[in-house]
Design a binder for this molecule. Structure first.
Ligand SMILES: [Zn+2]
Length: 100
């Protein structure tokens, strides 16, 4: 399921469906309004810069994948802790665009 040849090294790849799922850590990828996305008190400037680069890279990766025709879902680490919620998100995403 891993696809190291794709931009951003997606966590899950469904080639037949042309769908990709990333699981992003709330801290490193800056989940907005999430308790997991705190900023360390020490070296705050260093961290802000690091986070800014991570977020910019994520944006580029998503844009690139979408331009290659991939459907992309970003799951946040905190969302994966609730199994029911996770199941709904995954089912919704994977069913999308399927002819029913
Ligand atoms: Zn989060």
């Amino acid at each position: 399921m891993h696809a190291p040849d794709l931009p951003g090294k997606p966590d899950l790849t469904f080639r037949r469906l042309k769908k990709i799922i990333f699981v992003h850590g709330c801290f490193w990828h800056r989940h907005s309004r999430c308790a997991g996305a705190s900023v360390p008190k020490n070296n705050a400037e260093f961290w802000q810069e690091k986070f800014r680069r991570n977020v910019a890279r994520d944006k580029r990766t998503l844009r690139l994948l979408k331009s290659q025709g991939w459907d992309v879902l970003v799951l946040w680490q905190c969302q994966t802790k609730n199994y029911q919620n996770l199941k709904l998100l995954l089912e919704g995403f994977l069913d999308e665009g399927k002819s029913s």
